[in-house]
Structure formats: C-alpha cells, structure tokens
Design a protein around this ligand. Structure first.
Ligand code: PAF
Length: 286
C-alpha cells in the first residue's frame, strides 16, 4: 500500500493507471475506521483494479460549535486496517495540501441540503459536497463508495454527480451494525457504557416501526408517532427528528411505498446519532 499526501502526485499516478486500463475505486473517509468503512473498502477492492482510501477530517463540514478538534483520530490503526482490507493507495493530505488559506469556492446542492440534518447543520452539506467534489477532481473517473448510514449525504452526492456531470459512479453500501443493531459510526466512541447500552433503542424503534409496516400500516404519521414513543422510553435520549420521506427527494410522504425512507437523529449524551431504514425492508442484517 502506497501512502500519498500530495494531491498532484495522486492525480498524476491515477491518470497513468487509467491510461494502463486500470479501473479505480475511491472510498472517501474521515478516518477512525470501523467495520462500516472496511465493508466499503472491501467492496471497492472486489469491483476495481486499484482502490484509493482517503482519510481527511474535513474542516469545511464542521460548524464552529461542532467537534472538529476532538473528532477521533488514529492514523496508525487506520493505515493497518486499510492495508488489511486491500487499499492500494492511502491518501492522507494535510489541511494545507487540500485547501489553501482561504477557500472561496463552495458546492451547494440546494433543497436536499436544507432539510433533515440541514436544519440543525445548515453549512454541513456544502462542506461535504465541496470536499467530495475536490476528491472526485483529484481522483478522476472512478467508482466511489459511500455508506447508507449517511443517507442524506449519499443523495446529495448522487445529485451533485448528476448535476455537474462528474465521471464518477456513486455506489451506496448497506449500513453495518453492531450485534444489538446500533449503526456503526466513528462518533459511537463518544458514548459512555450506559449511553452505548441505551443507544440500541434507535434501531429497536426503527425495527418496531417496520413491524407495523409489515402488519399493513402505511400512514407515515402513525409510524413517526410510534418511533417517537419508543425513543421517549429512555430519558437519556433526546430526539432531533424522526421523518418519513421519499428516499430520493427527501420530501415528506404521507403514505409509505417502496421508496420510503425513515430517518432519525437523536442525541444520547454528547453523541448525536443518526440512522435510517427503508420502511418496507426494515433493518438490514449486513
Ligand atoms: O462520510 C464521511 O465520512 C464524510 O462526510 C466524507 C464523505 C468523507 C466527506 O468528508
């Protein structure tokens, strides 16, 4: 596995590999890798000749009051996990290598970015879209892999690729969960033991709602109410939102169909956790 920090060096080496007929897979991450990230890398390895994993804690996607300075980092462990999973090139640029002093350019995928997470994090998705756009420009034509846990992010990146004609195929991959169903996230490390135990209430509430759908319930409001009722069983959980939306447009729906996604964001202690399911499919067991 080659370590690269210079964007121009990565760009040039990948141009050469493409000229040699190699297919490129890209897995953008912010590091502190867990089994969710590794599933993306392994899928990229299975589907491409060359796999680039990027680790960059992107300052543009953190608001001033968010956890940029404390975001968990462990580059040594990440490097060995990347190697084990089959990464060909690990790209870990420093801030100064990615962005010059003042970044004046920003990609904004409107409408999709202002709902759900966008309500409490109004600048978050332009930060994500801008850095992902830059990574796509550095890496060039490729397949790029993103987890479905960040469902809204995935829809925003897909729309950006369509709107701006990036030569990138965006591939969404299933959420990877712990044994009790909690979706893996680098931020789970913020949970105390008690909070970690309580956090399992999130997938349980989604599973409960899916059970209702399986029994024939199709009214979004009733599903929302049932999830809120489940989550409110723990005093350690405070709800940011529970929404039932069309999975592509992220617009609220009143009746469940095959495209319906249920998304939740809650706070457990100092951790803000998100999760989602397709209403008809329920919790994936990947
Ligand atoms: O999902 C993430 O880890 C980040 O938002 C991403 C896509 C790597 C952009 O910084």
């Amino acid at each position: 596995m080659e370590l690269i920090t210079d964007p121009a060096e990565l760009q040039n080496s990948l141009d050469q590999m493409r000229a040699d007929g190699k297919s490129i897979g890209l897995v953008p991450t912010m590091g502190f890798l867990h089994r969710g990230h590794l599933s993306l890398i392994k899928r990229a390895v299975a589907e491409n000749d060359v796999v680039i994993t990027t680790i960059f804690v992107n300052p543009l996607q953190f608001a001033a009051n968010e956890d940029l300075s404390t975001y968990p980092r462990d580059i040594e462990k990440d490097s060995s996990l990347c190697l084990e999973a089959g990464t060909t090139k690990l790209f870990t640029p420093a801030n100064e290598e990615m962005f010059c002093d003042t970044v004046l350019t920003s990609i904004s995928v409107t409408v999709l970015s202002s709902v759900l997470e966008g309500i409490t994090r109004p600048t978050h998705f332009s930060g994500v879209a801008t850095v992902v756009s830059k990574l796509f420009n550095i890496v060039g034509p490729c397949r790029s892999y993103f987890g479905e846990k960040d469902w809204q992010q995935l829809q925003i990146i897909k729309k950006m690729v369509t709107d701006l004609s990036y030569r990138v195929e965006v591939i969404g991959c299933p959420i990877i969960r712990d044994d009790d169903g909690l979706a893996l996230s680098s931020r789970n490390v913020y949970l105390s033991d008690d909070e970690r135990e309580v956090a399992a209430i999130i997938p349980q509430a989604l599973h409960y709602a899916h059970g209702k759908v399986k029994s024939g319930e199709r009214q979004s409001q009733l599903l929302k109410d049932s999830i809120i009722e489940q989550l409110q069983k723990s005093s350690l959980v405070s709800i940011d939102y529970v929404e039932v939306v069309n999975g592509d447009s992220l617009e609220p729906v009143t009746t469940v169909d095959a495209q319906t996604r249920i998304l939740v964001a809650v706070r457990v202690g100092s951790a803000r956790l998100i999760d989602n399911i397709n209403a008809l499919v329920g919790i994936n067991t990947a």
